[in-house]
Write a new protein. Structure first.
Length: 481
């Protein structure tokens, strides 16, 4: 075909565009499709032991047994969808299990509330036995406090030794790290010393190895120089300790207004991540410090405050496509009983009932907060107490299992028609939505809501297609079959 512009005439324009596109691709590589933990459990570093996460799982199961001993009781305590379909008491779920084994899809269609309640409870209890904690942060900040230097030195060394013992015994969670104190002028020296002692002891006790998915959390970040200082310390430590360059990773706490908008009125988050020089893995929102920095009074500092929604959305807009994981904060109302039985005695009926109401009320609040986070695409959050673990997994599993039928039908239909827009029910899908549906299944598998076998069967994908994580690759492959 005849054209007016020659290749030579447009070469400079093409070169500039190519350079800009390459720079964009480097800054915004997209989702990594690696497993992201659904939570981070925070605990004082001085209390950490090599078997801490297993003990937390046992405590979580004990709370579940005390306040929701069967799937119907648990579903009603959380007010799960369809919980009103459940019988008043279900001490033996043999008949439900038998029906599920005969025809799960038929049972789900006929009795969705019972199916959801049983599925969630079964998966939660299995998770608490197998892997109760996905990510743990040994805390030297708010969960530890300010102590004499000699005491913190000792705890930095002893907790590192416990982590090394956990590595040897295979008792650590899949993700683990420490939260140091802020790099403010007053606390930088203390914080960096704790970091040095911890890492030095850990490597000495572990034979020079770091745990898998180890990360250092930097709180109350206000300026990029604090992040770059931590990256500089990592550079120095790696060289001196013989670690491979880039071994040490960091994550940021977004809990000051200055970490959202800096003094020049710029969005601060990309600058903070850039200061980490490729080491920044995640940004965690700190609900209570952030709302306090906004001058919100204590009575109104909570996860669903509009100020928190604004900050979280700013995090999404600033860091979307960068591959940096986002995490929400914590619910600070703990599911703990108000009455304790006296030694050698027992509680009265009213005290038992009040304990039940108190724990279940805290469970519902925690469940609602997590669901709010998930609806806004924050797939990770903090937990502060072992009795929050049942509701963490219940909320995550409910979120994915509730929409399983619709997501399965939409993705299967969309893939089968290979990039042609389709209409399933009243929901119109386009190619971008296809990736979103695929992401749903990837996250559902990663968190344990679905097994990989269930995901492939329900989505119509092969195992290789699911693991590829790319809807574009799946369509290209299908179009060439």
């Amino acid at each position: 075909m005849k054209t007016t512009l020659s290749t030579d005439a447009t070469r400079e324009i093409s070169a500039r565009l190519s350079e800009a596109n390459r720079e964009f691709a480097a800054r915004y590589p997209g989702e990594s499709f690696r497993r992201q933990p659904v939570h981070t459990v925070y605990g004082g570093a001085h209390l950490f032991k090599s078997d801490t996460t297993g003990r937390l799982g046992a405590l979580a199961l004990r709370a579940l047994d005390a306040y929701a001993p069967n799937f119907a009781a648990f579903a009603r305590s959380l007010e799960l969808p369809g919980a009103d379909e459940l019988p008043d008491s279900v001490s033996d779920d043999t008949s439900v299990r038998a029906a599920l084994e005969r025809d799960e899809s038929g049972f789900r269609a006929e009795r969705p509330g019972v199916w959801l309640a049983h599925k969630v409870y079964t998966r939660v209890t299995e998770k608490l036995r197998r892997e109760p904690v996905e990510d743990f942060r040994l805390d030297f900040e708010d969960g530890y406090g300010n102590r004499p230097d000699a005491e913190e030195d000792g705890h930095a060394a002893s907790s590192a030794a416990e982590v090394a013992r956990g590595m040897a015994a295979g008792t650590l969670p899949p993700f683990i790290g420490i939260r140091i104190k802020t790099f403010s002028e007053e606390l930088y020296a203390r914080s960096s010393r704790t970091l040095d002692i911890f890492l030095t002891t850990l490597l000495a006790e572990s034979g020079g190895r770091l745990p898998a998915n180890f990360v250092v959390t930097l709180p109350k970040v206000t300026v990029p120089e604090q992040v770059s200082a931590l990256a500089d310390l990592f550079d120095l430590f790696e060289r001196e300790a013989g670690l491979a360059a880039g071994s040490l990773k960091l994550e940021l706490m977004v809990e000051t207004t200055q970490s959202i908008i800096n003094r020049r009125g710029e969005c601060a988050l990309p600058l903070l991540v850039e200061a980490g020089r490729g080491r920044c893995m995640a940004a965690h929102f700190g609900t209570y410090d952030y709302t306090a920095s906004c001058q919100i009074t204590a009575a109104h500092q909570h996860m669903t405050h509009p100020a928190c929604d604004h900050a979280r959305h700013a995090m999404q807009v600033a860091l979307g496509g960068t591959g940096v994981w986002l995490s929400d904060g914590a619910t600070n109302i703990m599911p703990v009983p108000v009455h304790r039985a006296p030694e050698g005695g027992a509680l009265g009926d009213e005290e038992v009932a009040e304990n039940l109401r108190t724990v279940q009320r805290a469970w519902r609040l925690h469940f609602e907060h997590i669901q709010h986070s998930l609806r806004n695409a924050f797939y990770q959050g903090w937990d502060l107490h072992p009795a929050q673990l049942p509701t963490r997994y219940a909320a995550v599993y409910t979120f994915f299992l509730e929409s399983l039928g619709a997501a399965s039908e939409r993705l299967k239909n969309f893939v089968e028609k290979a990039a042609r827009a389709t209409l399933v029910g009243d929901v119109f899908d386009d190619a971008a939505t296809g990736q979103g549906l695929l992401n749903y299944f990837l996250r559902a598998v990663n968190c344990g809501a679905l097994s990989e076998e269930e995901a492939t069967r329900l989505s119509g994908l092969t195992t290789e297609e699911l693991r590829s994580g790319s809807f574009v690759k799946i369509l290209k492959s299908r179009q060439h079959i």
